[in-house]
Design a protein around this ligand. Structure first.
Ligand SMILES: Cc1cc2nc3c(=O)[nH]c(=O)nc-3n(C[C@H](O)[C@H](O)[C@H](O)COP(=O)(O)OP(=O)(O)OC[C@H]3O[C@@H](n4cnc5c(N)ncnc54)[C@H](O)[C@@H]3O)c2cc1C
Length: 418
């Protein structure tokens, strides 16, 4: 049994030379078989394993991760958490996730540094303002509190933003979701891993799934991995940008395209921005980490790719847009840039539930915005695996919607896609 993290433990360890901290999770070796195997040690996979044990009492579970946990998009994102979605189904899903984030540090006994500093979405044209007004109306009907902001409101909250009439991207207004914010991405992965391990789940890193074992009736009975065959009764897969690769191995196709999405972090500077600001015209957005780095993101790279690098034209566009909007920050130096491979679905909404292979469940299609959904995505996938039926919140997000046409086109409705 692990000791709880607390201020008392910190003081005790501080006085005692820090010799009493145990590993946060075991480095488990694979057993011959499990009740459930989860492929993918990102936030969604780890959360699914945790909720299988916690909500459904299923403890004989392993998470199989080809690299290190959190090494995929979960450790590469810009950490924005919000629920300002247009359609009721999305608003319910993401608002549920935000509510789980609000108590995640207590639930996991791990400081995920969730900071509800708000997100401001900027409107740069008359049309943006109209779209934003419609969007705010829809969100408030959906129970997600948001409000329009005037230009002086925005200028007060974001002093470095150029709101002058001659600005390259003039600001005509915007809106804010106050309870949105950011969290520490690694901590979300590590917190779920530690809590799952405490409940008896095996976290197996450096274990790549390379194939599926099937019974004569097609049901999945195990997986082939770089560490041998592992048997199971059910499999849940949460592999984001690798979803199509795994689906190929299982013998079906997904309406998912993988793209590189880049992030950029500057040298640390004094506090200059205490919220998240997103520009509808440029797609670029900025916040500041607790260490002082400016954290910046923007649009997808222009072509599909499985390379975790990202290309120069997009980097130039995103950073150029930020420099135009925040001229005072134009000479800040950038320390780091990276990319993750995001799983983009035509209607910019996730896929949660069953696959054409009996016993194989999945959670994917979060695209550029699945960090905010980790607690909800894990809860819903665990529910479906454990009970065999979709959670009410997951029903609209089944794979079948691509044959029935019941799509939830968030990007088209709200004008942005991250
Ligand atoms: C630059 C960037 C910025 C982003 N910004 C935001 C943001 O601000 N807010 C937000 O909500 N979302 C954001 N996202 C999206 C978000 O990061 C993802 O939607 C989310 O992290 C997906 O989590 P996941 O657990 O599904 O996938 P991942 O974290 O990618 O985990 C999948 C795991 O599966 C493993 N895997 C793959 N294939 C195999 C295999 N064959 N065998 C075993 N393991 C395998 C991978 O190694 C990986 O660790 C951003 C993404 C990027 C790249």
């Amino acid at each position: 049994m692990k000791s709880r993290y607390s201020v008392w433990k910190l003081i005790k360890e501080g006085l005692g030379g820090h010799t009493g901290w145990g590993p946060a999770w075991r480095n488990a070796a694979p057993k011959a078989s499990y009740d459930v195997l989860i492929i993918g040690g990102g936030g969604h996979g780890l959360a699914t394993a945790y909720y299988l044990a916690k909500n459904h009492g299923i403890h004989n579970v392993a998470v199989l991760e080809k690299g290190w946990i959190g090494g995929g998009n979960t450790g590469r994102n810009t950490t924005v958490i919000r629920s300002n979605y247009y359609y009721p189904a999305s608003a319910r899903l993401y608002d549920f996730s935000v509510s789980l984030y609000e108590r995640l540090h207590k639930e996991l006994n791990y400081n995920v540094m969730f900071s509800q500093r708000g997100i401001i979405t900027l409107a740069h044209s008359r049309h943006d303002v109209e779209a934003a007004t419609r969007w705010v109306g829809a969100m408030n009907c959906n129970g997600v509190a948001t409000k329009m902001m005037s230009v002086p409101d925005i200028a007060r909250r974001v002093p470095f933003l150029d709101v002058s009439a001659t600005a390259r991207f003039p600001v005509l207004g915007g809106f804010i979701q106050e309870k949105a914010g950011t969290a520490r991405h690694d901590a979300v992965a590590w917190g779920y891993a530690r809590a799952a391990d405490t409940l008896g789940i095996d976290i197996i890193q450096n274990c790549e799934v390379t194939g599926f074992k099937r019974a004569a009736d097609g049901r999945v009975t195990g997986v082939e991995t770089s560490r041998g065959v592992i048997g199971c009764k059910k499999v849940g897969m949460a592999v984001a940008g690798s979803s199509t690769v795994l689906a190929d191995l299982a013998g079906f196709r997904l309406p998912v395209t993988s793209y590189a999405l880049q992030a950029f972090v500057s040298e640390p500077v004094k506090p200059v921005i205490d919220t998240v600001v997103l520009s509808l015209a440029t797609g670029s957005y900025i916040s500041q980490s607790d260490k002082g780095g400016l954290v910046i993101g923007g649009a997808l790279d222009h072509y599909p790719s499985y390379a975790q690098r990202g290309n120069m034209p997009v980097a130039r566009n995103v950073l150029g847009a930020i420099a135009e909007q925040y001229p005072a920050l134009a000479r800040v130096r950038f320390l780091r840039q990276w990319a993750g491979i995001v799983d983009v679905v035509p209607d910019s909404s996730p896929i949660i539930g069953t696959t054409p292979v009996p016993g194989l469940f999945m959670n994917c299609g979060w695209g550029t915005g699945g960090f905010k959904a980790i607690p909800a995505g894990g809860t819903l996938l665990a529910h479906h695996i454990a009970t065999g039926a979709p959670h009410a919140l997951a029903e609209p997000f089944s794979l079948e919607r691509f044959t029935t046409g019941a799509l939830i086109d968030e990007a088209a409705a709200s004008g942005i896609a991250h």
